[in-house]
Design a protein around this ligand. Structure first.
Ligand code: AMP
Length: 282
């Protein structure tokens, strides 16, 4: 597996692959890798000739400086996981390599409409601007044929899809299913920061999402949302940021149920000072 640090090394690698008519699958990450990330790498390995992963903790997408400072970093372990998975190359840039003219350069504006101002867009001001900025830069450098994203960050998937459509980038987006721990907790790099007690209560998030999905067609979405926010807030150690039942495409809150398979329930909650998100499509 090649470890690429500079833009030049990355360009040489991808150009060599392209000259040999190879398809390139790309998995952007912020490191502290787990099986959720590796599942995307495995999808790419199956479908593309070459697979490249980026590891870059992008400062511009953190609205909370504390979250950025405490974001876990496990580079040696990450490289070992990627090597064992059979990944072809990993791009590990520094902030200076990504933003040589400073982090305020290379900002692009994508009209996100409601998608940009609901849920994560509302609760984390500037977050999606940073995501769009870094993903656009990475896509310009890697120029992949296929981009692999995780359903765990479903709103991010929609935002990046909008970026790709707006900029008319010639690539396909594949969304991989959320990989979960034995008790249903969605795998996340931030889970590493949970202590034993927090780790135990964190599985309530998925349990609640599942319970809500099982009430499909029985109780009105807005009534369900309200009662489950109250219920989850009663769990010691958990503070709900939002629970929303929305249309799977527009992300508008549902007043009435959609057809089966087109309802999405999303949660964001604080477990101590760690903010976790999850969602279930039903
Ligand atoms: P991150 O390192 O958190 O920025 O995530 C990098 C990519 O991995 C994103 O496309 C995430 O949606 C995806 N991802 C993170 N956690 C999971 C998971 N538990 N299952 C599937 N994909 C995931």
């Amino acid at each position: 597996m090649d470890i690429l640090y500079s833009r030049e090394e990355l360009a040489t690698q991808r150009n060599t692959w392209k000259e040999n008519n190879m398809s390139i699958g790309f998995v952007p990450t912020m490191g502290a890798l787990h099986q959720g990330h590796i599942s995307l790498v495995e999808l790419s390995l199956k479908e593309c000739d070459k697979t490249i992963v980026s590891i870059f903790v992008n400062p511009t997408q953190f609205n909370d400086p504390n979250d950025f400072l405490k974001y876990p970093s496990t580079l040696d372990h990450d490289l070992e996981l990627l090597m064992n998975a059979g990944c072809d190359a990993v791009f590990v840039p520094t902030v200076d390599i990504m933003y040589p003219q400073g982090t305020t350069e290379n900002k692009i504006h994508i009209e996100l409409g409601y998608l940009g101002t609901c849920m994560e867009g509302l609760k984390r001001p500037g977050h999606f601007d940073g995501v769009v900025q870094v993903v656009h830069l990475l896509l310009e450098m890697v120029k992949p044929d296929v981009l692999y994203l995780g359903a765990k960050d479903i709103q991010q998937v929609r935002v990046i899809t909008k970026l790709v459509e707006t900029m008319r980038l010639p690539l396909k987006i594949i969304t991989g299913a959320t990989v979960r721990e034995y008790d249903g907790l969605a795998m996340s790099s931030r889970n590493m920061r949970l202590d034993k007690q927090q780790r135990k209560v964190a599985s309530e998030l998925y349990r609640v999402l599942n319970e809500i999905s099982q009430q499909y067609g029985l109780t009105d979405p807005s009534v369900l949302t309200k009662s489950y926010i109250e219920l989850l807030n009663q769990t010691p150690g958990i503070r709900v940021d939002y629970i929303e039942i929305v249309d799977f495409q527009t992300f508008m809150p549902l007043k009435m149920w959609n057809k089966k398979g087109e309802n999405l329930v999303c949660v964001a909650a604080w477990v101590g000072d760690i903010r976790l998100i999850d969602n279930v499509l039903f």
